[in-house]
Structures are given as C-alpha cells and as structure tokens.
Design a protein around this ligand. Structure first.
Ligand code: SAH
Length: 376
C-alpha cells in the first residue's frame, strides 16, 4: 500500500470500528456501502480503479468494439421507439466514460441519432465523474450528470449499465438450525483491529420471500444472497418506463439460475483479497442473480429479455464483422490485438459466458433487439 492510500483506508477502518462498537454488528450491505461509497475515503469515492494499471479491467476498457456495438444496439432501440426527436441515453455507473464515448461514435452511423440523443451519466463517485469529463470532453454531443437515476430527465430513454449492478451492496443470509439468519460483520472478539463475519438476527418473512422458492429449504450452512439494490433499480425503472416508452440493458457477471453460495469478492490491483481486509482499498462486488433480476422486472410490470451470454450477444451484434472492418486500417500487430480483444470478450473461457445480460422494456414496445424474451 502506498502512503497515499494509507490515510483514507485508516479513516474507513476507524469509522467502521466506531460503528461496530456502538451498533454491535453491521449487515454485509452496510459494510459494502461504507467501503465503496464513504464520501471521503470509499473505494469509488477516492480514485479511478479502472484499467490495466489499476485495480480491475472491464469490457469497454478491453476494446472499443464493446461500446460501439452497444451504441448500435441503443440506436436500434431508438428506431424501434419510432425515432423520437429527443430521447435520453442514460448510463448507470459509467466508469471512465470510455463506453459512452465509443457508443456515441458508433451512433453516427444511424442518421438522426446524434441530433435526438440527450446523454446523462449517473455516477456516485466524484473522482470518476472527473475522469468521465475528460474522456468525453470532445464528445459529439454535450454530456450531463445526475447523482442518481431518479434525478435524470424524463422522456423516452435507453438505459445502460455495464458492471453496475455487481457493486450495489448485497445482503447475505445463512441457513442456521433450520432458520435464515442475516450474515453480519463484527469486530473480532480478541483482536478489535480485525473484522470477522458472524451470525446476526433472523430474517423477516418478507426477506425470506425474496429467496427463490427452490432455495428456501436449503441445508444448514447454505448461504443465499439478497440484492436490495436490484429490487430498487427495477422498481425505479418500472415507474419511469410506465410513463415513457423505454429500453434498458444490464451487462454483468453472474448466474442465470438461482444458486446458493458466497460470491462477495474483493479485488485489489487485479488480485483477489479478503473482503474484510483494509476496507476502502479494494473493489467489493457480488454476482448478479439474473433469474431474480428478470423476475423482479416482470413483477414490476416490465417486459423482460434474457438472460443471454455476452459471447452470444456480441456475436449476434456483429463483433466479428466489426473486427474485420477495423483490421483493414491497422498493421499486423494491430490485427492480432483486435483478435485478442474479441477473444477476451466472447470466448467462454474468458468473459463470454460468465458475463451475461438482461434487457427490459416498457410494455407494448417491440422486443429488445437481439435478445429472446425471458420465460419464467
Ligand atoms: N461501467 C464501467 C464502470 C464499472 S465500475 C465499466 O464497465 O468500465 C462501477 C461504476 O458504477 C463506477 O463508475 C461506480 O462509481 C459506479 N457506481 C456504483 N454504484 C453506484 C451508485 N449507486 N450510483 C451511481 N454510480 C454507482
């Protein structure tokens, strides 16, 4: 750890220790929220963690083709809405702004798209907002920011989030003596300098109702994750989509079926580390439960599409053709690089299968382009 990282990390640790001394324990969600979004010292609040030299790398940072293909997808949605003369392109958790920059460049291919588009980035981190401003300084259209989704301008919209849902705080439930208990974070009884997991209160009936029926009677020791952030996001989406015809797309890593298991992970400088060690210095994420996400969308009144793997989706959108076009204007090493990028994004051994997507639309619009409807 460098000296620069030291003080914010110490600040978060002390704040969590204070809270734990007075509150006894914190849910995993409360712990995640502090570690990631503490306004002065949280992981996202303080730095740009994205890219090869930093903590982790995402699809838009691997290749421009990712954002370009999603830009064409967004343009297709806009046309399916009847090409309204103004529409909102909203990105949730835009990271460095790279994906939006690539989307807008690709959007030039659809006549009228750039005249109609009004871009809003929803970003919680002041540090990343600055990076986005730099990346998009020369964007073909002005870019606006909102602190949360509810504050974005109304109107027909295409909403996109890549690796956004995975960093929303999760709760964890553990089956213990035939009952569901909340998994909590506490101070180690003998070493108050360390955080440990423990068993907290019993879950309420409505919390248990969140758990997929097939998992509700799991064996003792089983762990199930609850994603209140997804639920809130789907409700907000549905409220908005009832008023204005819109589409949404979420790309993330996760499972397509309900499963038990602890997926909370911490990544620092491309290495997996202990999620309870040095909070604020590592990215904390958990797998998205696509089956649950899609059901939440349907229950909220949205039309739902997917899940589909990233590999299949990018192939369907024409990544091979895009790579062939880009290959024409680069030398041999550039061509090899494009091949490697494509392979990373689509091959099942790499991101192609673990990464999946789900799409949603207002009822009554044509189906989301390229993705089959979800069936319960
Ligand atoms: N989409 C980008 C970045 C992924 S990292 C990419 O694929 O490269 C997650 C992003 O979501 C970061 O920009 C983070 O600051 C943002 N974020 C996480 N939770 C958020 C929230 N509740 N509201 C707004 N932004 C959030």
């Amino acid at each position: 750890m460098s000296d620069n990282d030291f003080r914010p990390a110490q600040m978060i640790k002390e704040r969590l220790q204070d809270r734990l001394r007075s509150e006894g324990s914190l849910s995993v969600a409360a712990y995640m929220a502090e570690a990631l979004f503490h306004p002065m010292a949280g992981f996202y609040a303080t730095k740009d963690p994205l890219g090869a030299a930093n903590d982790f790398i995402t699809a838009p940072e691997i290749s421009q083709m990712f954002g370009e293909l999603l830009g064409l997808w967004a343009a297709e949605c806009w046309m399916q809405m009847g090409a309204p003369s103004r529409f909102e392109l909203i990105e949730l958790g835009p990271g460095t702004g790279r994906m939006m920059s690539d989307m807008l460049r690709a959007g030039r291919a659809a006549p009228g798209f750039l005249d109609a588009v009004h871009v809003t980035l929803v970003e919680a981190s002041p540090a990343l907002k600055m990076v986005q401003g730099q990346t998009l300084a020369n964007a073909p259209v002005p870019v606006h920011w909102a602190k949360d989704f509810e504050k974005t301008p109304s109107g027909p919209a295409v909403v996109i989030g890549n690796e956004f849902l995975d960093c929303l705080p999760i709760r964890q439930a553990v089956r213990h003596q035939g009952q569901w208990r909340e998994r909590v974070v506490t101070l180690h009884p003998e070493d108050q300098d360390r955080f440990v997991f423990g068993l907290g209160p019993m879950l309420s009936d409505s919390d248990i109702g969140y758990i997929a029926p097939a998992l509700r009677k799991s064996e003792d020791g089983a762990l199930v994750e609850l994603r209140p952030g997804d639920q809130q996001q789907m409700e907000q989406l549905a409220n908005r989509f009832k008023r204005d015809p819109s589409y949404a797309l979420f790309v993330d890593y996760g499972s397509s079926k309900p499963e038990t298991g602890d997926t909370l992970q911490a990544i620092r400088a491309h290495q997996k580390v202990d999620p309870l060690d040095a909070p604020g210095t590592a990215d904390l994420t958990a797998w998205v439960d696509f089956d649950r996400l899609l059901r939440l969308g349907l229950d909220a009144g949205l039309a739902a599409f997917g899940p589909m793997t990233q590999g299949e989706f990018l192939t369907e959108l024409g990544i091979e053709q895009r790579a062939a076009v880009l290959s024409k204007s680069v030398d041999e090493s550039g061509q090899a690089r494009l091949k490697r990028q494509m392979h990373r994004l689509v091959s099942p051994e790499d991101m192609g299968e673990l990464f999946k997507l789900a799409a949603f639309s207002s009822d009554g619009l044509p189906p989301a382009p390229g993705i089959a409807p979800f069936s319960r």
